[in-house]
Ligand binder design. Structure first.
Ligand SMILES: [Zn+2]
Length: 345
């Protein structure tokens, strides 16, 4: 199995996130990806390959151009204005702020505009954020190229992750939605249907938003109930798609402490829905924060449970691109990624 990798992820190196109002060491750190790389390197069945650049166009196809421009240009202005080496927003655009009025416009200052384009406080910007976020998209697209060229599966070791980034807003450690860029790219260039299967602990709100009214991309997400889990305001089971996309969005929510057997059973049922949709490719948003010891989540999967999950998805018999999303128990993340991927090699 090809593993697409780049050192450029190391340019995304913030030290802090604002968590419940307090600055804490960020959970989304470079060591996550490095640990997975070291683990997969011990198994010769995984072949490491570099990324190929795909330019801005595939990102422009799913994200607001203003969002891309902001991420590309804001850092020098913020750094000049604040003197800080990393930055998170002070005020964010709330839906009630201009209730009954025309839509808000982004403020001119890049520091103030942060809260126009970002919806929370755990997703800071540093000097290398844009470089790393662009590289992460290229890792995902390169992984998809391998499958489009005939491989049965591939793995993009994406960092930063992507599934919380919506069309015109970023957050949740995510800047560009890697899985959504790939899904749109594959659906639009092949004229076939595609499924994004998101197994991160947190609902893939960005991916759902981007494809909510489309009938060519199915979104299936298994995640902690948003009544008690980030991203809080989206990801309920009664969100099933709209317009042409009615019926193409499937949310499966879990209560705390759910274990392997329940998870594998419900993943199997979700896969029946995928088979019914009839996609030409499955893009997996692979989060490993459903692990029992994850520091920010509350499910209870084990390393062997991940192997079983990979087995269930493999049994779909569809070309599969696996893209890394979350997972914050750094001690375990390498062997958990290896376990999930092992049925595919
Ligand atoms: Zn997550």
């Amino acid at each position: 199995m090809d593993v697409v990798w780049t050192d450029l992820h190391r340019h995304q190196n913030p030290k802090l996130e604002i968590n419940l109002g307090q600055p804490i060491p960020t959970y989304e750190r470079a060591e996550r990806a490095e640990t997975i790389r070291r683990q997969l390197e011990t198994d010769a069945r995984f072949r490491f390959v570099g990324l190929e650049e795909h330019g801005r166009a595939p990102i422009e196809a799913v994200h607001d151009h203003g969002l891309i421009d902001y991420l590309e240009t804001a850092w020098p202005q913020i750094n000049r204005a604040t003197g800080r080496s990393e930055f998170a927003p002070e005020a964010m655009l709330h839906v009630g702020l201009r209730d009954g009025m025309s839509a808000a416009r982004p403020p001119h200052g890049a520091a103030a505009a942060f809260g126009y384009w970002c919806y929370e406080t755990a997703t800071p910007m540093v000097e290398g954020t844009y470089l790393a976020a662009r590289a992460s998209v290229d890792v995902a697209l390169t992984a998809a190229d391998k499958v489009l060229a005939g491989a049965s599966s591939s793995y993009g070791l994406c960092r930063p992750p992507g599934h919380h980034a919506a069309r015109s807003v970023f957050g949740g450690f995510c800047y560009f939605n890697n899985a959504a860029v790939v899904a749109h790219h594959v659906a639009s260039t092949t004229g076939t249907k595609v499924t994004v299967l998101d197994v991160d602990y947190h609902h893939g709100n960005g991916t759902q938003q981007i494809f909510y009214d489309r009938d060519d991309v199915q979104f299936v997400s298994l995640h902690g109930n948003p009544n008690r889990a980030y991203p809080w305001f989206i990801g309920h089971e009664d969100e099933t798609g709209a317009g042409k996309g009615a019926g193409t969005n499937l949310n499966v929510v879990f209560e705390a402490e759910a274990e392997d057997d329940e998870y594998v059973d419900r993943l199997g049922i979700a896969c029946e829905s995928i088979a019914g949709f009839g996609p030409s490719m499955v893009i997996v948003s692979l989060g490993l924060d459903t692990y029992w010891n994850d520091p920010i989540s509350d499910l209870a999967l084990t390393t062997d449970g991940y192997r079983r999950c990979g087995e269930v998805v493999k049994q779909l018999g569809l070309p599969t691109v696996v893209l890394q999303e979350g997972g914050y128990d750094i001690e375990a993340i390498g062997r958990n990624a290896h376990a999930w991927l092992s049925p595919f090699v």
